[in-house]
Design a protein around this ligand. Structure first.
Ligand code: HEC
Length: 182
């Protein structure tokens, strides 16, 4: 294992193991009473490839959202193109560096379909969507442009099964999102 990867694994292992103890001291963690959720929050903060904007937001949901977007549901993988910064491609055996500039900005081709830009607009809404619109897209797959088209490739039949709280968490993730939506 190379040095960077080892360091990253150690950091993650530390957060996973020390999550409960470390969490005890943070006031905002009281909204996440379960140890398993606390370790998700710790990992969510540790793996975010861009600085997370927590101003005016529920920090539990921000950490949880990062965990879902960057690990559990791979939104970041399909919606960031290219995925990795030059020299940071783990598929080439390089220490992973995610392309922070293109993070969630879409552009990855899947045959005739291209992943959408889901970075927030000036009001902090990913792809300009309010929470209700966002929830509708994830639950029904209806293209938010109102055309009646059903989104392809995008695994909405899977993500539509997430809890409402998880969906709210996902919506709090994108960087520069300073307005808490919904
Ligand atoms: C397997 C790849 C893949 C994954 C994983 C994925 N997406 Fe997508 N997503 C797409 C593609 C491709 C489109 C465009 C589909 C189309 O135009 O038919 C899309 C479209 C969307 C749209 C519609 C935006 C618009 O303005 O049209 C939203 C919102 C969205 N994705 C959010 C998410 C979120 C949130 C996650 C994680 C929970 C996620 N996606 C995970 C591939 C993916």
């Amino acid at each position: 294992m190379n040095r960077h990867v080892t360091a990253r694994v150690l950091v993650l292992a530390f957060f996973a193991a020390a999550g409960v103890a470390g969490a005890e001291s943070a006031d905002w963690m009281r909204d996440a009473p379960e140890p398993w959720e606390r370790s998700r929050l710790q990992i969510g903060y540790a793996i975010a490839p861009v600085p997370l904007d927590t101003r005016g937001k529920n920090r539990v949901l921000v950490g949880l959202g990062s965990y879902i977007v960057n690990a559990q549901s791979a939104c970041s993988d399909c919606h960031t193109h290219p995925n990795y910064a030059p020299g940071g491609d783990p598929f080439q055996g390089q220490p992973e560096v995610i392309n922070g500039n293109g993070y969630l900005a879409g552009g990855r081709q899947f045959g005739p379909f291209t992943s959408a830009n889901i970075t927030p607009d000036a009001h902090g809404r990913p792809a300009g969507l309010t929470f209700d619109q966002f929830k509708d897209v994830l639950r029904t797959g209806h293209d938010p442009d109102g055309s009646g088209r059903i989104l392809q490739v995008m695994p909405w039949p899977v993500f539509g099964k997430l809890t409402e709280r998880d969906l709210r968490a996902v919506l709090r993730i994108p960087p520069r999102c300073s307005v808490a939506p919904g």
